[in-house]
Design a protein around this ligand. Structure first.
Ligand code: MG
Length: 443
């Protein structure tokens, strides 16, 4: 029986177990000094990245091993478009930096690992840091014999309400997709006419005839998308009813002034939120957008740097912060970001796509369970291969995500199974999208 189980079995905290006696000052000082340590100190012995691809995305899992045999933690550092750069950052740099340090001092570790590269806040290093940070929270939960959400203060809700994604190349196909999501139990559905920006509606890629770009590059002009999107909302509202909450992702593919016009037009359909209406480079436009429409705004999928979100929150220019928590440096900064949002009426909608590992989804869900200002969670369905590699992954039921109550994030990795799913051959970078004349569309 190890120490924490022994204490638990005795029903005693550390003071009780040590026979705390207030009448003996010298002994008391020693005991307080010892008791303040709580559990026995543990050191980090190794930090390493594991790569796997059970469901198309190139996942990067960071495993932190400790000086207690068999005790380890898992974190997510998945950066689908540049995964091997994260692997290098972890295996070649963070491992050596973290070895020998105390597993319990998560805040100290985060602060020092963050500045250990001197330059910081980029996606590669943030993902590596996220993997280390989440793994330390996982270890702390295991040491405390509690799920991580209990370490934060316990539950604010029984499960995590999620939205699902529906798309179709025409209104009827989309309508059928939305109805199937409602059948599954979802109360919130994100609707997209075709791919992001309804790219299939743009039909004259003049740049290709002009010998510009590659044949594989995508094409999107603003006008077909801007005309079709309000009609899409009108169709889904009229065929799927008022009870369903509708979301939509602009994916920053139009000009700021076009986004303002679109959101004003969509206001009549009462969207739950409109996502990423502007590129992160256009944060300065949110004041103009906010002044002209009451459509709820979700922003931040591409954010990496606190300077991108602090003013948007404190100036109350957005309604939902939806960062990808591995991209902002992990669980520790995401928890602080959520707390900042609480005081300014900004709710969370953490990015939760297929290119986040189940470990990352579990981390999202543990935060969602605890924070008061939870808004909504993006969700995916894991295939059988994903569940084989990640025992304990969160489950979806009736549109709610459920985490299990095992200690830590409640999720493990089967490394033998993970090795069966190597990365696909194609590099996975974001395909260029162009306007009719070849101008690059962001993103
Ligand atoms: Mg998005």
């Amino acid at each position: 029986m190890n120490r924490r189980n022994a204490l638990k079995g005795l029903g005693m905290g550390a003071f009780g177990a040590l026979g705390f006696n207030a009448s003996a000052p010298d002994a008391c000082a020693d005991q307080v000094q010892n008791a303040s340590k709580g559990l026995e100190p543990l050191k980090i012995t190794k930090v390493r990245a594991i790569t796997t691809s059970p469901m198309s995305a190139r996942l990067v899992i960071i495993k932190v091993e400790t000086s207690e045999p068999g005790l380890y933690g898992l974190g997510c550092g998945t950066y689908n478009q540049r995964p091997l750069t994260v692997v290098t950052a972890v295996n070649e740099y963070l491992d050596e930096f973290a070895r020998g340090r105390d597993v319990d001092d998560i805040e100290d570790m985060w602060q020092n690992a963050y500045t250990s590269s001197y330059w910081r806040n980029g996606p590669v290093l943030n993902n590596a840091l996220s993997g280390l940070d989440m793994a330390l929270w996982d270890i702390k939960g295991k040491r405390a014999n509690m799920p991580v959400y209990q370490l934060l203060g316990g539950r604010s809700r029984f499960a995590v309400d999620c939205y699902s994604h529906a798309s179709g190349r025409d209104f009827k196909e989309l309508e059928d997709s939305v109805k199937s999501k409602i059948e599954e139990g979802y109360r919130h559905v994100r609707i997209q006419l075709g791919g992001y920006g309804s790219t299939h509606l743009s039909t004259e890629p003049h740049y290709k005839k002009g010998g510009f770009g590659l044949d594989s590059d995508g094409h999107m002009d603003s006008l077909p998308y801007l005309r079709a999107t309000p009609k899409m909302f009108e169709h889904i509202r009229s065929t799927c009813g008022e009870a369903i909450e509708l979301l939509h992702d602009v994916h920053e593919r139009i000009e700021p002034i076009e986004a303002i016009g679109l959101l004003k037009e969509l206001e009549q359909f009462r969207p739950f939120f409109i996502e990423d209406p502007l590129a992160p480079e256009q944060n300065g436009y949110f004041k103009n957008l906010r002044a002209q429409t009451s459509v709820p705004i979700a922003m931040g999928e591409l954010f990496n740097n606190p300077h991108e979100w602090v003013d948007l929150i404190t100036d109350r220019l957005i309604d939902f912060i939806r960062v990808h928590i591995t991209q902002v440096g992990g669980f520790t900064p995401a928890r602080k970001l959520a707390t900042l949002g609480e005081w300014f009426g900004v709710r969370t909608a953490w990015h939760g796509p297929g290119d986040l590992s189940p470990v990352g989804h579990a981390a999202n869900a543990h935060l969602d369970m605890n924070i008061h200002n939870f808004g909504i969670q993006e969700s995916v369905h894991f295939n059988e291969a994903m569940r084989e590699v990640f025992p304990g992954a969160p489950n979806m039921k009736n549109g709610y995500m459920h985490v299990n109550d095992a200690p830590g994030f409640g999720i493990d990795i089967n490394e033998k199974a993970a090795a069966k799913y190597p990365y696909p051959d194609h590099p996975g970078y974001w395909t260029p999208v162009r306007r009719r004349d070849g101008t690059a569309v962001r993103p």
